[in-house]
Design a protein around this ligand. Structure first.
Ligand code: FAD
Length: 323
């Protein structure tokens, strides 16, 4: 059993990302009764500490600094390592997000620890915990156990269920003063691309388009379907390469990895590199004109047809169901 587990809470636009609560659930399992300490790094993040406690953290340590307003690996690693030195935990959990993927190897190398990244499931608890992670682009899974040293894991969003929120839980919130210095990068301004609001990596429903969508305008019915289902739009690299959409939407081996409850692939052939980013989705629906398309091999439901006919029909049906 770890003496205590540190969990990094991730904040975006002043809101805690859902993966933070999933990470607390993972930490609870690893802790097996030991203390779970949430960590918040930023500029005015302390007010979010109570939410981490409501989701299961026993205590929260925050570091507030103007240099932590935007993420930089230099700033966040200095702040996190200062918390680590104070707390000396035996286990650490981050989300396997862009931030977690950037920060965790840096922290692991400073601590000279191992790192089990992209964990999708934890079997057992405490010292007996086995961490399950996909390998070979999701074609196989390995189970990893840490023999000794710090148990440092990143968890894939949408795979480990958060605990039920209990707003009556209480816990100590302390702020640690850290002198953040020698930054090689100072973020002056962040200019965001316009987005529909639902974060692709955490979306419960993803409607993805491929080269079969044929143009940027062709993505409009997909956006309508995503909107009616409360989901996000994604894409294959084929669609991104053809300039139908932005690369930030790319799903796959060299794009984002998503695990939604429902993945609707429209005009996507199902190349192995695409499957690497979505084949662990809970339910997969494929819409493709070609009955031999590879995507049907991983689909739970297949619709052989023209996406420009099928997608508008689905939009109408789902709208009718909502009324
Ligand atoms: P296509 O393979 O051209 O398929 C288009 C599909 O649309 C066809 O199946 C067709 O039948 C169907 N279609 C056409 N019109 C319609 C219609 N009107 N209605 C319904 N269906 C229609 N790809 C990724 O997606 N993500 C990655 O991260 C990624 N990483 C890569 C990394 C490397 C190193 C390499 C070499 C490749 C990578 N690729 C990646 C590219 C991948 O190999 C494929 O080229 C790409 O996924 C194909 O995209 P697509 O399925 O949209 O296009």
């Amino acid at each position: 059993m770890a003496n205590k587990v540190l969990v990094l809470g991730e904040v975006r636009d002043g809101v805690l990302r859902n993966v933070s609560f999933e990470a607390i659930a993972a930490a609870k399992q690893i802790a097996d009764g030991a203390e779970v300490v949430g960590v918040l790094l930023g500029d005015s993040v302390t007010s979010l500490a109570s939410e981490l406690i409501a989701y299961g953290a026993d205590r929260v340590v925050t570091v507030e600094h103007p240099h932590l307003k935007s993420y930089t690996s230099d700033g966040f690693s200095q702040a996190f390592l200062a918390v680590y030195e104070e707390e000396k935990p035996e286990a650490i959990v981050f989300g396997h997000t862009s931030l977690g993927k950037d920060l965790s190897p840096k922290i692991a190398s400073k601590l000279q620890s191992g790192l089990i990244s992209d964990v999708t499931e934890i079997e057992g608890s405490g010292e007996g915990a086995l961490f399950i992670r996909p390998i070979y682009s999701g074609k196989a899974f390995e189970k990893v156990k840490i023999k000794d040293g710090i148990v440092f894991v990143t968890i894939r969003p949408n795979n480990i269920a958060p605990l039920e929120k209990d707003a009556s839980r209480t816990g100590e919130v302390a702020t640690l003063a850290v002198d953040i210095q020698n930054l090689r990068t100072i973020i002056k301004e962040v200019v965001r691309k316009a987005s529909t609001g639902v974060d692709l990596s955490e979306a419960k429903v993803v409607v993805a388009g491929g080269r079969g969508v044929k143009s940027a305008e062709g993505f409009e019915p997909l956006q309508q379907l995503a909107d009616v289902l409360g989901g996000a739009v994604g894409a294959s690299r084929g669609a991104c390469d053809a300039d139908y959409c932005d690369y930030s939407l790319q799903i796959g081996q060299t794009g984002k990895v998503v695990t939604p409850d429902l993945y609707i692939a429209c005009g996507i052939s199902g190349a192995i590199q695409h499957l690497a980013g979505m084949s662990n989705s809970k339910v997969i629906v494929a819409i493709n004109k070609d009955p031999e398309a590879n995507i049907f091999k991983v689909a739970d439901y297949g619709i052989v047809g023209d996406l420009f006919e099928v997608v508008p029909m689905l939009v109408e049906e789902f709208k009718a169901l909502k009324v």
